[in-house]
Write a new protein. Structure first.
Lengths: 88, 234
C-alpha cells in the first residue's frame, strides 16, 4: 500500500522560540489581542510504501526520531493516511 | 603536525582555515572532501563554517550523513582532535559528538560582529597557549548560534567543566549584554568529556593576523600545533 504521512515538528515548550514570539507580536499589533502564544515549526509530507498502516506508522516514527526532528529541541507528531488508489 | 580541513558542499570558511594553517602557522594542510572515507593521516580535523548541504532541514542535519563523518566519529573515539567551528559546531551536535543544539539567535538577526570570550579551560589541546581565564577577542558570524541543552545536560556540562568559551564583556564579565545570540549560560564553545572534540560558534580563523583586526584566534591554532609537538616528543 501507499501512504502519506503528514509530520509536524515544533520547538519544545522549554526551547525559546523567537520566531513565534515575533509572529505573536505581529498578530497582537494587527489587533488579534486574543493571541496568547505562537510556536513556529515545520510541516513535512512523506509519501511511502508499506505493508500495512501499522508498519507505515512505525517507519514514520523512526524517520522522525532519526532525522526529521532533533529530539534535543523539537517535538513531533504525525498522521498517516492510506493513499486512495481510485484517486486520479 | 597535519591539519585536515573538511569541505562539504556549502562550506565557506575552509580556505580561511587553510590560510591560517598553511600561511600563518606554517603547518601541514590537507583538505578533506566530504566523500573521503579516510582522514589521510591528519592529527587534527577541522569542520569549518558555512552552510553544509545548504543547512537543509536544520543546520548540520544532512552533513552528518557524509562519508567523512563516519571516519571523523571513529577518529574522535580513538582520541583524535576534532574541532568544529560555527557550522562545524552545529554538525558535531547533530552527529551526537557533542551534546545540545544550536538554535535561531534570540534576536532573529544574523550576527556578524566581534565578541569577547572568557577562556575557561587551558588544559585542552585547543587552548593550551591561553592563560587561565584569559579574555580573547574573536568574531562571530551566524544566524543560528544560540546554544541550548536540557537543564540536566547543561548542569552536567557545567559540573564537568566542559564549557570552554563563554561570551563576556571586554573586562571578562559574563553578563547578558555580552551574549550576542541568547545562548544558555553565555556558552560560546564546549568540549566533550574526554577533551578531544571542541565545538565553538566564534571564528578563530578570522582573527589570526593583526591585519584582520586581531590575532587572538591564532592562539588556538598554536595550541593545537604545540600539543601535537609535545605528543611527538613524549
Amino acid at each position: 500500500m501507499r501512504a502519506t504521512a503528514r509530520v509536524i515538528v515544533t520547538p519544545k515548550p522549554v526551547v525559546n522560540d523567537p520566531q513565534g514570539l515575533t509572529v505573536k507580536q505581529g498578530l497582537v499589533t494587527l489587533g488579534f489581542r486574543e493571541v496568547d502564544d505562537v510556536r513556529v515549526g515545520k510541516y513535512l509530507e512523506v509519501s511511502l510504501e508499506a505493508e500495512n498502516m501499522h508498519e507505515a506508522r512505525e517507519r514514520v516514527e523512526a524517520m522522525c526520531r532519526q532525522l526529521l526532528a532533533n529530539h534535543v529541541i523539537e517535538d513531533f507528531r504525525f498522521e498517516v493516511d492510506r493513499e486512495d488508489h481510485q484517486r486520479r | 603536525m597535519k591539519f585536515g580541513v573538511v569541505v562539504f558542499p556549502g562550506t565557506w570558511s575552509d580556505r580561511d582555515c587553510g590560510w591560517v594553517i598553511d600561511q600563518v602557522l606554517g603547518a601541514q594542510l590537507q583538505y578533506l572532501w566530504h566523500k573521503d572515507a579516510d582522514l589521510k593521516g591528519c592529527d587534527c580535523v577541522i569542520l569549518p563554517g558555512g552552510f553544509a548541504y545548504g543547512d537543509y532541514l536544520r543546520t548540520g542535519a544532512i552533513a552528518r550523513f557524509a562519508p567523512v563523518m563516519e571516519a571523523i566519529g571513529e577518529f574522535a573515539d580513538r582520541g583524535g582532535l576534532v574541532w568544529g567551528i560555527c557550522n562545524g559546531f552545529q554538525i558535531l551536535c547533530e552527529a551526537g559528538l557533542l551534546p545540545g543544539a544550536l538554535i535561531r539567535n534570540s534576536s532573529l538577526e544574523f550576527r556578524c560582529e566581534w565578541t569577547h570570550l572568557m577562556v575557561e579551560r587551558t588544559d585542552l589541546a585547543f587552548t593550551s597557549a591561553c592563560v587561565e581565564r584569559e579574555v580573547i577577542r574573536v568574531p562571530i558570524s551566524h544566524g543560528e548560534g544560540s546554544y541550548f541543552a536540557e537543564p540536566a545536560v547543561l548542569s552536567r556540562l557545567e559540573q564537568s567543566g566542559q564549557v570552554v568559551f563563554r561570551y563576556c564583556d571586554a573586562d571578562g564579565r559574563v553578563v547578558p549584554s555580552a551574549n550576542p545570540n541568547g545562548s544558555l549560560h553565555n556558552i560560546a564553545g564546549i568540549v566533550n568529556k574526554r577533551g578531544n572534540v571542541l565545538g565553538m560558534m566564534p571564528h578563530p580563523e578570522r582573527c589570526a593576523e593583526p591585519e584582520l583586526g586581531g590575532d587572538d584566534g591564532l592562539k588556538l591554532f598554536r595550541s593545537v600545533a604545540g600539543t601535537a609537538l609535545r605528543l611527538l616528543v613524549s
